[in-house]
Design a protein around this ligand. Structure first.
Ligand code: ZN
Length: 157
């Protein structure tokens, strides 16, 4: 796994701890949790293997684009709820195209068969913690759940 984290001088173990802290922190104090009312789009996700539920709400700015804010509700494991919290923080205020590109990037990174060449930690911020979930294949669906729900909430294509 060393290659995945090559942009840092920290060891894998330290990074795993850091990622775990980020995940647990978001799970304890989720950002943007609660229904949006009114909202312009809503997407729901359910992960039967873990029992995770996430509903994502988006509200658009007056012109329709960009998205003004993204909120979520739900319950489930720490990874599913932290992923939703990290996602809503990172995506609020972005335009449709940018959000769709981010969904592809994050889901692609989590589900790729091969290790990605590198992850720019500075650029990814808390999202990098989600990439750490790659180490636990059984939990990848927990991490992607909110992102698929966001895609549904954006509507159309
Ligand atoms: Zn889960």
């Amino acid at each position: 796994m060393g290659r995945l984290w090559r942009n840092t001088t920290m060891s894998d173990d330290h990074l795993s701890e850091l990622y775990q802290e980020i995940i647990l922190g978001h799970n304890r104090r989720p950002r943007n949790k609660g229904e949006l009312n009114p909202f312009d789009g809503k997407g729901e996700g359910y992960n039967p293997t873990c029992g995770d539920e996430v509903t994502v709400f988006v509200r658009r700015t007056a012109g329709g684009n960009p998205i003004e804010c993204v909120h979520f509700t739900g319950e489930g494991c720490a990874i599913s709820q932290a992923s939703a919290s990290i996602m809503t923080s990172a995506m609020s205020g972005k335009g449709d195209e940018e959000i769709r590109a981010e969904i592809r990037r994050v889901v692609g990174m989590l589900t790729a068969a091969d290790d990605p060449e590198s992850v720019e930690l500075d650029e990814w911020g808390d999202l990098a913690a989600l990439v750490g979930v790659r180490k636990f294949p059984a939990r990848i669906k927990c991490a992607t759940l909110a992102w698929h729900a966001l895609e549904e909430a954006l509507g159309g294509s």
